[in-house]
Design a protein around this ligand. Structure first.
Ligand code: ADP
Ligand code: MG
Length: 303
């Protein structure tokens, strides 16, 4: 490969909105066979809004949202941002009704900690609050389990809210599939590649999104922890496949680094961008196929 041709390819990529870490990346791009797409923030916009708040028996929906919002106020995760904003809006509306002076409408959170791919924890008004996946809780009341299933059947991402060791309710958030995601999947197939969906979200939600973009249920890997995303990449590589991974989150960074080709969504987290070989500038997943097409064309010119 002549350096000049590779540089031309790199320049052409920049014009298309594909930032390439170095000209040598075009070589690994060309070899890719399997493409793992992260769901939240990659196939979907990650711009979430709260769709429902459902309390466990004996709990109040307002209180579940208020405490969850306070705990999530320090979170950068799209789910956390959506919950904090909805809680702020609800509190601001109540404060306005009571003609109270505006301040920060939510109580402060202490000892905040975010667990990538799992949820958040923190202390709010002296209560030890957890918001996230059900595995954070020892047990869940039956009605809450049913409510989680009902929300997920609607394709919404539902998380559990609890404090002082008890699950108190759920908040579900609705996300939207990116307008070009289905076309991106079709483009990848046309290039002879095998697209798969990889997510920490529940299987029900993952399958609903997969169906929307044209990925078969057998090609969905759901409910994975961030470290399991890396393990998934390694397993596929162990089967002799060259793997590309497209992601946006802190939880994707290790898998992006492990992949033969890591592609970060522009506007994603710094951790994802730093771990990647390519950045898709305007967060359009169709650019993934463009990058592979470009690398094939560039290297064909050279040979
Ligand atoms: P994806 O793999 O689709 O990008 P993540 O790994 O970011 O999703 O998140 C996986 C799951 O972890 C979410 O579906 C949610 O249940 C839980 N989770 C992650 N961050 C948060 C948060 N800040 N608040 C509540 N739940 C969270
Ligand atoms: Mg993501």
């Amino acid at each position: 490969a002549t350096p000049t041709a590779l540089l031309v390819g790199t320049g052409r990529g920049a014009q298309l909105g594909i930032l390439i870490r170095g000209p040598e990346i075009l070589e690994s791009t060309r070899r890719v066979q399997t493409v793992l797409l992260d769901k939240t923030g990659t196939v979907t916009t990650g711009r979430m809004r709260v769709a429902a708040v459902r309390p466990a028996p004996g709990e109040s929906a307002d209180e579940v949202l208020r405490i969850a919002g306070a705990a999530e106020d320090a979170s950068e995760h799209p789910i956390g941002r959506a919950i904090a904003q909805a809680a702020q809006a609800a509190q601001a509306a109540q404060a306005a009704q009571a003609a109270r002076v505006a301040g920060s409408p939510l109580p402060p959170v202490a000892d905040f900690a975010g667990d990538a791919g799992l949820g958040v924890r923190g202390t709010v008004e002296g209560r030890a609050v957890l918001v996230g996946r059900e595995r954070l809780f020892a047990d869940l009341p039956g009605p809450l389990v049913e409510a989680l299933a009902a929300e997920r059947a609607l394709g919404r991402t539902a998380v559990v809210v609890g404090w002082d060791g008890t699950a108190r309710g759920l908040v579900s958030v609705a996300d939207t599939v990116r307008p070009t995601a289905a076309a991106a999947v079709a483009d990848l197939r046309r290039l002879g590649l095998h697209p798969m969906l990889l997510t920490g979200d529940s299987a029900a939600v993952a399958r609903a999104v997969a169906a929307e973009v044209g990925i078969a249920p057998d090609d969905v890997i759901a409910e994975v922890l961030p470290e399991d995303k890396v393990a998934t990449v390694r397993r596929l590589q162990g089967e002799g496949r060259a793997v590309a991974m497209i992601g946006d989150g802190v939880n994707d960074a290790a898998a992006l680094a492990q992949a033969d080709l890591g592609l970060a969504m522009g506007g994603g987290t710094d951790a994802a961008i730093e771990a990647s070989d390519l950045t898709l500038v305007n967060a359009d997943p169709r650019l993934a196929a463009d990058a592979i097409r470009l690398s094939r064309a560039t290297l064909r010119t050279i040979r």
